[in-house]
Design a protein around this ligand. Sequence first.
Ligand code: URA
Length: 253
Amino acid sequence: MNENLSIQEILQWYILSGVDATCSDAFQPLIKPLETPQNLLRPATTNLAQDFIASKQNARDICTKAKTLAELKNIVENFDGCALKLTAKSTVFGSGNEKAKLMFIGEAPGADEDRCGIPFVGKCGRLLDKMLTSIGIRRDDVYITNIVLWRPPGNRTPTDSEIAICLPFIKKQIELIKPQMIVFLGGSSANALLDNTEPISKLRGKWLEYPLSKKEFIPAMATFHPSYLLRNPSAKSKVWSDFLRIYKKLKKN
Ligand code: URA
């Protein structure tokens, strides 16, 4: 490419070539150099880093104003601090019973969810519905959300900064619903909300605690994500046994 092109011309060239969405919020070299040349090292005070810090703080601040889920939804729909919103069709806020005892938290909306604006309505959602039915729970009885509220382009995994920006919105949903129990669908949501890095293979099936405040904890369990089950049907029996334990504990309370 001609090195003298302006930014507009380069972007135009990308668009004409069919590249109309960014897949990440940071430059990622395809090949990692063995040593980063000094002139390529950038301080953490780039616009990108500052935007990230400001967006995270802004998300935290505006959340505190919400007294109801409807208010929070309205705040999220007017929030422009997450780059994922630029490529997504809809904001996929949580949905379900606002008085739910059981809350499910997945990773990120996919194409079907982006089209409808509702979490877990595609293939993964249909499997989740079946799993719920198998323990006698209706979807209308539970509340479902994701750790990011916009679809990452190409269904890629959300980046740490996208998760960090959306996290106050998820924590506020938990605070407003105040469920008796939380189920993390997959490792990403468990890691983000429990602030740990353990793989789902280690976390799965254990009783965990989500800290609602310094003194209050909500019992939680992490299990395999439905998309993992679609790829590995033999793992369904493990999730079935997790769901039975969740059901029994809920009945006891
Ligand atoms: N996978 C998720 O994690 N969430 C959805 O809403 C759909 C698929």
